[in-house]
Write a protein that binds this ligand. Structure first.
Ligand SMILES: Nc1ncnc2c1ncn2[C@@H]1O[C@H](COP(=O)(O)OP(=O)(O)OP(=O)(O)O)[C@@H](O)[C@H]1O
Length: 268
């Protein structure tokens, strides 16, 4: 029923590094390049895509029979999120297997139709839920979002290793919040440190697809329900996301191999 060219996970080892912001802007940038794109918000514990895409609170997906869901369209993207299926006040207190099951159901029972790319905004972390989804979703590859901060980089490495274990190629790293540019004086500051992502990329033989600044415009546009790639596609930040998307497509075509063979996986 669904013809999906490539399913790509956007993941981060650590929470709060801007994974969801990156996933939505990447999806919109790929669409701006003429691709048919879907976005699965698999961040079940904190689904934020509906808010970032300006989908009205309380929007429920149309259903077909008892089993299938139609995606909710936003800015031309076909989206599905746990946020559409539960109310904001319902805490997600599922155990791992249940959460993993719910996610694969959302993936399989959504009538995506024909897509070139489905971006999966993964839950943060590298536990059972992430492993199950990586194994069941037939991922074409994964993008790891990290900040340059040591703790985030450490978790990014765990993410690379997790995908390596399940033989999902790493398409590249995206470094988020790399530089802060003062809106008053233009002074640039590497608040979370510098060059960390490049070092991790080199260690693991993967690419850095791009680097995004810590920018007020990125945060404000997401909060306003219109991500920067649609709100200001020609802005410096919009261009950076488009460049990441271009590099992602190149990496996808080249099918970059999983983590370099000289990397030892901790429990193998
Ligand atoms: N480059 C950026 N510049 C400014 N703000 C950003 C940037 N990237 C993300 N943010 C902001 O940082 C916060 C966290 O971002 P986001 O929700 O995308 O992170 P996440 O990694 O998906 O978080 P979680 O782990 O909770 O799912 C949001 O308020 C978002 O608007």
């Amino acid at each position: 029923m669904n013809q999906i060219g490539a399913i790509i996970a956007v993941a981060s080892g650590k929470g709060g590094v801007g994974k969801s912001t990156t996933a939505v802007n990447l999806a919109l940038a790929l669409q701006a390049m003429g691709k048919r794109v879907g976005l699965l918000d698999a961040d079940i514990y904190g689904p934020s895509q509906a808010m970032m895409l300006g989908v009205a609170e309380g929007t429920k997906p149309e259903t077909q029979g008892r089993q299938f869901l139609y995606p909710v369209e936003a800015y031309g993207l076909k989206t599905m999120s746990m946020g559409y299926l539960v109310t904001e006040k319902t805490p997600m207190v599922w155990r791992g297997p249940m959460a993993g099951g719910a996610l694969t159901q959302m993936l399989d029972q959504t009538l995506w139709g024909d897509l070139d790319i489905l971006i999966v905004d993964m839950p943060p972390g590298t536990g059972d839920i992430q492993l199950t989804l990586s194994q069941k979703a037939a991922l074409a590859g994964a993008v790891i979002v990290t900040t340059p901060q040591d703790i985030a980089l450490l978790d990014a490495k765990k993410g690379i290793e997790m995908f390596g274990k399940v033989h999902v190629p790493i398409l590249g790293l995206i470094e988020n919040m790399a530089i802060h540019v003062c809106s008053h004086c233009g002074h640039q500051e590497a608040i979370f440190g510098a060059d960390g992502a490049a070092q991790v990329a080199e260690d693991y033989g993967v690419e850095v697809l791009g680097s995004l600044p810590l920018a007020l415009s990125i945060r404000e546009s997401s909060d306003a329900g219109k991500p920067i790639v649609v709100a200001a596609p020609d802005s410096a930040e919009g261009e950076l996301y488009k460049n990441c998307a271009k590099n992602l497509l190149t990496a996808l075509q080249a099918q970059v191999k999983p983590a370099a063979p000289n990397v030892q996986f901790s429990d193998e």
